[in-house]
Write a new protein. Structure first.
Length: 338
């Protein structure tokens, strides 16, 4: 079994004669037609790009994510004629075989180059800590091999968060699923085992006994040297990644000069913001990509201009020192309420 399963989808421009079909590449040699898996947003964005300048959206799934679920997110971009590349790191690499993640990061960069996507503007869409782990090693690989892919921004959905035993237990329980009578004790045993393994790994690294990768905690991404804009989609109701973790991370990034956008959903669960706030979610990510592609965010200056909004549910502020904005999405904005 390959240690990196991926799928690339090329969508023709919406005005093309064959605009009802995608060209899909799975692994290295798979081509097929692909049906749409999401409808257009009510406030649909229309993007016009030359073929060699179409944004490439790289979606990195959460731990245990099935491709059919990640495809629902990639469809947001495919409907707008973007190129998408989606992949998820194997669960065993995320929890046990951290030594395998650096090679995964390098392989993903090689795929981007081999498919001639390195000349396109690239946006990463990262889900939960599982996706953040993989993104972390992609970022490290870019620095190590001086890869000049044109990254324009990163979208974090329900990430990143600090490593906690309680969060680990909940993540394992969610991955296992099934009857709680079986799930809970098995999840507990696995959590204890992994916690002990992490402690041993930390001690071994600190003593120089082993040469395991230092990048085993996505929260250390707060010191990432790259400074492209970052969008954070998170929630007060997330029981795996607390909102306070995301805000602490984002504020640290802003202090390092990174353009940061925070969008707080008040009641959606972990990686469920799109399911509950479909229209808001689509408009938010499309706005961000549009700003990144046009380099509005990259060239933005700190200012104290009027930040008022016509939508009472979007409560914004901009700090004149930190390059950061925040929006709060209230339950009335849920798609089901419209």
């Amino acid at each position: 079994m390959s240690d990196l399963n991926y799928q690339i989808v090329y969508r023709p421009n919406s005005n093309a004669a064959n605009n009802d079909k995608n060209v899909s590449i799975k692994g290295d040699i798979y081509d097929s037609d692909k049906k749409n898996v999401a409808e257009l947003s009510r406030d649909d964005f229309v993007f016009i790009y030359e073929d060699n300048k179409k944004p490439v959206i790289v979606l990195l799934g959460w731990a245990g994510c099935q491709d059919k679920y990640l495809a629902k997110y990639s469809a947001i971009y495919e409907e707008r004629s973007f190129i998408t590349l989606r992949c998820t790191a194997p669960v065993e690499y995320l929890f046990l075989r951290h030594d395998k993640l650096p090679s995964i990061g390098r392989k993903l960069l090689n795929i981007i180059k081999e498919r001639n996507l390195d000349e396109h503007p690239i946006i990463f869409h990262v889900f939960s800590n599982g996706g953040a782990y993989l993104y972390q090693h992609v970022s490290l690989a870019m620095d190590q091999i001086n890869n000049n892919i044109k990254v324009k921004g990163v979208i974090f959905d329900s990430a990143p968060g600090e490593r906690r035993i309680t969060s680990l237990f909940k993540a394992i329980s969610a991955i296992m699923g099934g009857n709680p009578v079986v799930n809970i004790p098995f999840s507990f045993v696995i959590t204890v085992f992994l916690s002990l393994l992490w402690i041993c790994e930390t001690i071994s690294n600190s003593l120089g006994i082993t040469n395991l990768p230092s990048a085993s905690n996505p929260y250390t991404l707060m010191n990432e040297p790259n400074n492209w804009p970052q969008l954070f989609l998170y929630s007060n109701a997330d029981t795996l990644i607390p909102a306070a973790d995301v805000e602490k991370f984002a504020n640290h990034r802003a202090k390092r000069g990174v353009e940061v956008k925070l969008v707080l959903f008040t009641d959606s669960p972990h990686v469920k913001h799109y399911a509950i706030y479909r229209d808001v979610y689509i408009n938010t990510v499309c706005n961000f990509i549009n700003d990144c592609s046009s380099e509005k965010l990259n060239t933005a200056k700190n200012d104290t201009e009027d930040n008022s909004t016509n939508n009472d549910s979007l409560l914004g502020y901009k700090n004149s020192f930190l390059r950061i904005t925040k929006q709060v999405i209230l339950p009335i904005e849920a798609t089901a309420n419209k």
